[in-house]
Design a protein around this ligand. Structure first.
Ligand SMILES: [Zn+2]
Length: 340
């Protein structure tokens, strides 16, 4: 049913279903937020939102009373709390937050603010900017962003690159830059990053690994400990049957030099395999320099790694990522029939 102006007589503010956010949003992502918060009239907006989140799976639709008495029966009732509804047991009168058994449990902001912050995270918006705009305490926004980062990294690690008959390419950033796309900025390259690309996916699936070996000693050449680290990463991040191809003339056991692969390809394919396939990975590696100052440390290496992992996961979905991550949140956090 198409909403018309008469639907919203009781709430003139909602006549305009447009939302203006200070960051760019993909249309599908924004539409989902609009669906969650649209005013159908009748109950207050908070209760409507709770109902929709229950249908979506982000909030449980039933819980059992912790008292567990013979008369206990928990129902959803309106109440003078921030969410405007809560669980109340008709038997023993126990009350529980409507957020029990969900991602929202114990978060110190409204459910709506949480949904807005999740959208901001999906759109890769700066944490502090989002916290300020949605009027959420910085530490609350940071904790939500951290939870989402962990979820994304966890999901990314669930799949490996390559597989049977699949070619997986590797290059080392920034060593490969002169060949791929000369760097014209003055910003230093603090970390070396092992870039791995799976050629069977469009858009390309990558892994980007911050080289840890450089933190122990000045990065100079390729020695045994670096080779060992690369071998280790390739073995954990790729399927065993993959054909591993290495650029940079890095001698790694079990890999084929890039030249050996490209000599059998036409010019277009050569250009793709040696250059175009890396464009998104190079953009991320280049952007990750903002997290570092001067000499590489374990702290900035970890920050860069987290940024690269979450960005890669985000890239894979584009528009529709908001729906995707909310479904992952539902699967991970929503517990029907439980009370703690
Ligand atoms: Zn009870």
């Amino acid at each position: 049913m198409e909403a018309d102006s008469t639907t919203y007589e009781s709430n003139p503010k909602s006549q305009n279903n447009e939302i203006y956010l200070p960051f760019s949003t993909s249309p599908g992502n924004l539409n989902l937020l609009k669906e969650f918060i649209s005013n159908e009239g009748g109950r207050n907006l908070e209760s409507q939102l709770v109902g929709r989140l229950q249908s979506f799976g982000l909030l449980p639709t039933n819980i059992t009373c912790p008292t567990n008495g013979s008369d206990c029966k928990v129902i959803c009732k309106s109440a003078r709390v921030i969410d405007r509804v809560q669980w109340v047991c008709e038997g023993c009168s126990k009350r529980l937050p409507i957020r029990t058994g969900s991602f929202f449990f114990k978060l110190q902001c409204s459910i709506l603010q949480t949904l807005q912050l999740i959208l901001a995270w999906c759109e890769d918006t700066d944490t502090m900017a989002a916290a300020q705009y949605f009027d959420v305490k910085p530490r609350v926004a940071i904790s939500i962003y951290d939870k989402l980062d962990s979820l994304a990294i966890n999901e990314l690690k669930k799949s490996k690159l390559g597989g049977e008959n699949a070619v997986v390419l590797s290059e080392i950033y920034p060593d490969c830059l002169n060949r791929l796309s000369p760097d014209t900025t003055d910003q230093p390259h603090v970390h070396r990053i092992l870039m791995i690309a799976d050629t069977k996916h469009i858009p390309t699936h990558y892994r980007l690994h911050v080289i840890q070996d450089d933190l122990k000693k000045p990065q100079s050449n390729y020695d045994q400990s670096l080779s060992k680290e690369i071998e280790q990463v390739l073995s954990t991040e790729t399927e065993a049957q993959s054909m591993l191809v290495m650029g940079n003339n890095v001698p790694i056991d079990g890999t084929v030099p890039l030249q050996q692969l490209t000599q059998h390809c036409d010019t277009d394919m050569q250009h793709f395999l040696t250059s175009r396939i890396w464009s998104q990975a190079l953009t991320l590696c280049s952007a990750s320099r903002d997290f570092c100052a001067g000499t590489p440390t374990h702290v900035c290496a970890n920050t860069v790694q987290k940024y690269l992992d979450t960005s890669l996961y985000r890239l894979r979905y584009g528009d529709g990522f908001y729906d995707h991550i909310l479904r992952i949140i539902s699967n991970e956090f929503t517990q029907n029939g439980l009370t703690s």
